[in-house]
Design a binder for this molecule. Structure first.
Ligand SMILES: Cc1ncc(COP(=O)(O)O)c(C=O)c1O
Length: 439
């Protein structure tokens, strides 16, 4: 019989080394926010398959929709013959996307593909080639998505060269001393020294940086980006692959900002565990590509579309956007208390239920505590909680618990987190008080 140990050995022998594994656990089954591994151990899932399970594992509505669709049609290729779930999902997303519309949508399979296509569409619409993205941003693992990604190791190491005319500027970050002015000064310098704004097709940004460390874009930054793009005819692309689909308490994180991007990319939780991504944008921009310029054999698979339509119904029926905010308040409250107790927690950040805390030695932002973060997530796993880290320095713990998780399960997960933190982090009450300087 397979065990975690035997499967780990088989994995090491059979799977390419480049695919990492955060936890040496092999799952047998899952339900909502609970996981069971092949050894029969139960875990609480605060990782959600990296932001894919806002509606939980195997939501009954999603499973029923998928089963019904499997009984009818599993593949056709939307460029060969059409099917309604693709069209119906595009109609829904066009109505939901922020901004006055009218919108149009392209469906793909992965987040990286959505990003690739957003860039293709922006280039076709503007006739320009340059693209700007941000330090610390993550946009996927295909070559253009990697070029846009603002973190070298491990994502980009050894895979270049990358496409030309991709530029990075700093992303505002209060903890690490990057102000909104700093980011815009860097953009002004870029326009002066490297590329004229009239050559820029798109600026691609995450309203909340995901892999980069859950840094929330300040409102002023987003408003100024919107204004700058409008002034120079640059397509503003909001990458909502991690922040979208209800995680922040709204369908799109951009709804918190009161302005709309020209194009939005979605994936991850859009289809409740089935591979699907979307590029939603203003119709005149989305229609810039010639017929045949967009698509993919599996893109907008009917089963995944059926799952996504069910996910959108679940958001409404279970009022999950409101629930995301309530969950966020609860988890944020516990993390706030934890931060007061443990000076290693330099900051707690949250937008809705997109929540993280950053670990730095003695709270000093210049001393990111990656090893402590690794030990904390490992200890939590031993105690039955699956956590994920992120951050340019690997020192951020992010919480992506299903929004459908029961309160009792969230409480149980938080209790494990508090215990693991108590065992591993420095306690404020145990630190030696500073001596008063002698007069
Ligand atoms: C913001 C963002 N964009 C793009 C991607 C790439 O998505 P995928 O892994 O589905 O290609 C990710 C994945 O983590 C992401 O978080």
């Amino acid at each position: 019989m397979s065990t975690n140990e035997t499967l780990l050995a088989r994995r090491q022998a059979a799977v390419a080394r480049g695919v990492s594994l955060a936890h040496p656990v092999f799952l047998e089954r899952a339900e909502n926010a609970l996981l069971w591994d092949v050894d029969g151990r139960r875990y609480i899932d605060f990782a959600g398959g990296i932001a894919v399970l806002n509606t939980g594992h195997r939501h009954p509505r999603v499973i029923a929709a998928v089963q019904a669709q499997i009984g009818l049609l599993t593949h056709a290729c939307f460029q060969v013959t059409g099917y309604e779930p693709y069209v119906a999902l595009c109609e829904r997303l066009n109505r939901l996307a922020p901004g006055p519309g009218p919108n149009k949508t392209l469906l793909m399979t992965t987040g990286a593909e959505a990003i690739e296509n957003a860039v293709k569409i922006a280039r076709a619409a503007t006739g320009r080639s340059a693209v700007i993205s941000f330090a610390g941003g993550f946009h996927g693992r295909t070559i253009m998505a990697l070029a846009l990604t603002g973190k070298v190791d491990p994502y980009k190491t050894g895979f270049g060269p990358y496409p030309a005319e991709v530029y990075h500027v700093p992303f505002p970050n209060t903890l690490h001393g990057v102000s909104v002015d700093h980011a815009f000064d860097a953009l002004a310098l870029l326009f002066k020294c490297d590329v004229a704004p009239e050559r820029v097709a798109a600026i691609v940004f995450e309203p909340v940086q995901g892999e980069g460390g859950f840094y929330i874009a300040p409102k002023e930054f987003v408003l100024r980006l919107r204004e700058l793009c409008g002034r120079h005819g640059i397509v503003l692309v909001a990458d909502e692959i991690q922040s979208g689909a209800g995680r922040t308490g709204r369908m799109f994180a951009m709804e918190h900002y009161g302005v709309a991007a020209d194009i939005t990319t979605l994936a991850k939780s859009l289809a409740g565990g089935f591979p699907l991504s979307a590029v939603v944008g203003r119709a005149e921009i989305m229609d810039a590509c010639g017929t045949g310029g967009l698509g993919g054999t599996y893109a907008g698979n009917p089963v995944a579309c059926a799952a996504a339509l069910a996910v959108l119904e679940v958001f409404d029926e279970e009022r999950l956007f409101e629930r995301a905010e309530r969950i966020g308040e609860k988890i944020g409250g516990v993390l706030g208390t934890l931060a007061a107790r443990h000076p290693d927690i330099a900051e707690v950040r949250r937008l809705g239920a997109m929540i993280a805390f950053e670990l730095c030695e003695s709270g000093d932002p210049n001393r990111p505590a990656a090893e402590l973060t690794r030990r904390l997530t490992a200890r939590a796993r031993e105690l039955g909680l699956i956590l994920l880290s992120c951050g340019v320095y690997g020192n951020v713990v992010r919480i992506l618990v299903p929004i459908t998780a029961e309160d009792a399960i969230i409480d149980e997960g938080l209790a494990i987190l508090v215990q693991a933190a108590g065992e591993l982090l420095t306690d404020a009450s145990a630190t030696v008080p500073k001596l008063r300087p002698a007069r």
